[in-house]
Design a protein around this ligand. Structure first.
Ligand code: NAI
Ligand code: MG
Length: 367
C-alpha cells in the first residue's frame, strides 16, 4: 500500500516559516515512528499569484483534490492588498474550501495550563478547558441568495439570506455527532430557533440525526445564550455545533478564552473519499502576520497542532496526535515561549525554529 499523501501549501508571510517547523515534525514521525507520508509542496495565495497570475493554479487545485490531506500556512499580505478582488490571495483559500466542499470546520479551544494566565478570563474558569466548535462552512448567510445591494424606492437596501437545506444541516450535524462519539459524547447545538425559521429546521434535523447516535447527549441552546455561557462557564461544553455565521463569531470568542492566535489550529473536513478518509484541509487560524514576517518570531505551534489534527482526523493516528499535543504541552510547561507568549518576567523568547526543535526534542523524550 502506498503512503498517505500530504500536500503542503506554505503560502505567504510567516506561512513558510511555521511550515518549516511542521516539516521537522513530519520528518520525526517518518524516522522515529515509521509513519511515512508522501509529501509534496506547492504554491497558494500571493506566492502563487507571483508565479501564475492567480492565487491557486488549476494544477494545484487538482492535486489538492487527490491527496489525503492539505496543510496550509497562511495567505495574504500588504504587497497584494491592491490586487483585483478576483485574484486576491484569500481567493486561493476560498477556492480550495469551495471545490473540496469542506462543509465542516473544526475549531478546538484548548487551554494549556502553562498559558492559563494569558486568558482574558480568570484562571480557574479556563484551566483545563478543551472544547471543539464545529462550524458549518459552505452554506448559510454567507452564501444564500438573494444577496446584494439593491435600489428600493429612493434608498438602497443591503440583502443577505440565511438559507439551509435539510441535507446541508444533516451532514454538518453528522460530522459533529461523529466527533462527539470520539470525545465525551456530549453535543450542544446552537441556533436561534426562537426567531429564525432556518434555526427551527436546524433544531429539527439535528434532533432527527441524534437518533443514530443514542449514546450522545444532545442539547440545544440559543446562540446568544451560547455566547454568554462560553464566557461565563465554558467548561460546561464539549462539542458545539453551529451554523456558518454564529460559528464564525462563537469560534473566535472561544479562541480568545485560550490566549494567543499563534496557538490555534483548525481542520476543515468534507465528504469521505474512496479510501474512506474525509477531504481535508488543515491550517492555523492566524493569518500571514506581515508585521513579524522574516524575523523568526512566529509561533509555529498553531500550525504544528493543525498537523496533530491531521494525524487524528485524516490518518487515524489518535495516539500519535495525543503524543504531539503532549509534546507541545510539555515545552510550554518547561517555560519555552515564542515572543507572542511572553508576559512572565525574566523569560526571554525563543525563535520559530528553536520552538520547532524543542517540540521535536519533547517528541524524542516521549519514546
Ligand atoms: P494575522 O493573524 O496575520 O495577525 C494578527 C496579529 O497576530 C499580528 O500582530 C501577528 O503578528 C500576530 N500573529 C499571528 N499569527 C502569529 C503567530 N503564529 N505567531 C506570533 N504572532 C502571530 O491577521 P491580520 O494582521 O489581520 O492579517 C494579515 C494578513 O493575513 C492579511 O493579508 C490577511 O488577509 C491575511 N489573513 C489570512 C488568513 C489565512 O490565511 N487563513 C487568516 C487571517 C488573515
Ligand atoms: Mg472570523
Amino acid at each position: 500500500m502506498s503512503n498517505p499523501s500530504i500536500l503542503i501549501l506554505p503560502g505567504d508571510g510567516i506561512g513558510p516559516e511555521v511550515m518549516a517547523e511542521v516539516r521537522k515534525v513530519i520528518g520525526w514521525y517518518g524516522e522515529k515512528r515509521d509513519l511515512q507520508f508522501d509529501v509534496s509542496e506547492d504554491l497558494v495565495g500571493g506566492a502563487a499569484y507571483d508565479v501564475h497570475g492567480k492565487p491557486l493554479s488549476d494544477e494545484t487545485m487538482a492535486k489538492a483534490q487527490e491527496v489525503d490531506a492539505v496543510l496550509l500556512g497562511a495567505v495574504g499580505g500588504p504587497k497584494y492588498d491592491d490586487l483585483d478582488f478576483s485574484v486576491k490571495p484569500e481567493r486561493g483559500l476560498l477556492r480550495l474550501r469551495k471545490e473540496m466542499d469542506l462543509y465542516s470546520n473544526l475549531r478546538p479551544a484548548q487551554c494549556f495550563d502553562a498559558l492559563a494566565d494569558f486568558s482574558s478570563l480568570k484562571k480557574d474558569i479556563v484551566a483545563g478547558l478543551d472544547i471543539m466548535i464545529v462550524r458549518e462552512l459552505t452554506s448559510g448567510v454567507y452564501f444564500g441568495e438573494p444577496r446584494g445591494i439593491f435600489k428600493e424606492g429612493n434608498e438602497r437596501v443591503g440583502i443577505n439570506t440565511q438559507r439551509y437545506t435539510e441535507s446541508e444541516i444533516e451532514r454538518a450535524a453528522r460530522s459533529a455527532f461523529e466527533l462527539a462519539m470520539r470525545r465525551n459524547k456530549k453535543l450542544c447545538s446552537m441556533e436561534k430557533a426562537n426567531v429564525m425559521e432556518s434555526g427551527i429546521l436546524w433544531r429539527e434535523v439535528t434532533t432527527r440525526v441524534s437518533a443514530d447516535y443514542p449514546e450522545v447527549e444532545l442539547s440545544h441552546m440559543y446562540a446568544d445564550n451560547g455566547a454568554m455561557q462560553l464566557v461565563r462557564a465554558p467548561k460546561q461544553f464539549d462539542v458545539i455545533l453551529t451554523d456558518n455565521l454564529f460559528g464564525d463569531i462563537l469560534s473566535d470568542c472561544a479562541a480568545m478564552l485560550t490566549g494567543s492566535l499563534g496557538m490555534l489550529p483548525s481542520a476543515s473536513l468534507g465528504a469521505p473519499m474512496a479510501n474512506g478518509r474525509p477531504k481535508a484541509l488543515y491550517e492555523p487560524v492566524h493569518g500571514s502576520a506581515p508585521d513579524i514576517t522574516g524575523q523568526g518570531k512566529a509561533n509555529p505551534i498553531a500550525c504544528i497542532l493543525s498537523f496533530a489534527m491531521a494525524l487524528r482526523y485524516s490518518f487515524d493516528q489518535g495516539s500519535e496526535a495525543d503524543r504531539l499535543e503532549a509534546a507541545v504541552e510539555q515545552v510550554l510547561a518547561d517555560g519555552h515561549r515564542t515572543a507572542d507568549l511572553l508576559g512572565e518576567e525574566g523569560v526571554s523568547p525563543i525563535s520559530t525554529s528553536e520552538m520547532g526543535d524543542v517540540i521535536v526534542a519533547a517528541l524524542d523524550a516521549s519514546l
